[in-house]
Design a protein around this ligand. Structure first.
Ligand SMILES: [Fe+2]
Ligand SMILES: [Fe+2]
Length: 252
């Protein structure tokens, strides 16, 4: 199974959105033949109706099936009421052939901070227990600090409790965004993966606009970061689930 993991498109009519890079990236995505495109939030910048309409129109350029959770920016200005109208439920358990994907809204109206809370922790546990599928959890905010993304802020309030649930249950893969920097690391038996920003002009240093390609086979997960401007792919993680071996090219 191939998942394209994108985040933080920030479709807006101000300075945030880079339409040229979005259009280029959408074309690259369509050549990937991914089974799912998971978007970890911040589709808009201010949660405005015009931005939701714009985001919907732009995302229509991507041919694959989109699975989306909201980010903090999408919940601004009553945007939390618009999200379900445009993109469906904010918290869900989706089952595919060998994979169960639990999507969660970590954001709250008019706040940049994130939290999951006990209801969503229960949803994680429900997703894990559903069948023998591989469980993937996806939400917007980060659960551990992301290197190279500036001073720590907005990490989910209940990061400790969330991390405990993920690690205890040996959830193999967690997909997040928010910090506009790509990052991936394995802790215990869990890969924590952040996508950078797909099309926001607010990039950091040389990280640029990126998205992740996640390849899942029977007993392995590999992650590559795609630099959209350079059209270059760099494999960062190879994790073998059966022997626990993980190569992280950022550090190894
Ligand atoms: Fe963002
Ligand atoms: Fe965000």
């Amino acid at each position: 199974m191939k998942i394209a993991h994108i985040s933080d498109t920030h479709c807006n009519y101000g300075t945030d959105f880079n339409e040229k890079i979005f259009d280029k990236a959408a074309k690259m995505m369509n050549k990937l033949d991914a089974d799912i495109v998971f978007i970890s939030g911040d589709l808009t910048t201010d949660g405005l109706l015009s931005e939701y309409e714009f985001a919907k129109e732009k995302l229509n350029q991507i041919d694959e099936k989109l699975v989306i959770v909201p980010g903090n920016h999408d919940e601004r200005n009553l945007g939390f009421k618009l999200f379900p109208e445009f993109f469906g439920e904010t918290d869900f358990i989706h089952t595919y052939d060998d994979v169960t994907l639990v999507g969660l809204a970590s954001s709250e109206p008019d706040k940049d901070d994130g939290r999951l809370g006990r209801g969503r922790h229960k949803l994680i546990e429900q997703g894990i227990k559903k069948n023998d599928n591989m469980t993937i959890i996806g939400f917007h905010h980060h659960v551990i600090p992301v290197p190279n993304s500036g001073r720590e802020t907005n990490i989910i309030e209940d990061a400790g409790e969330t991390l405990d649930i993920l690690l205890k249950n040996e959830v193999p893969l967690v997909l997040m965004g928010h910090r506009h920097v790509p990052f991936a690391v394995k802790i215990h038996k869990t890969l924590l993966v952040n996508a950078g920003t797909f099309s926001c002009n607010r990039t950091r240093a040389h990280f640029g606009n990126t998205f992740n390609i996640i390849d899942i086979e029977d007993d392995s997960i590999s992650i590559a970061v795609v630099d959209i401007r350079k059209e270059k792919q760099r494999k960062t993680i190879e994790y073998n689930l059966s022997d626990g071996c993980c190569i992280n090219r950022n550090y190894d």
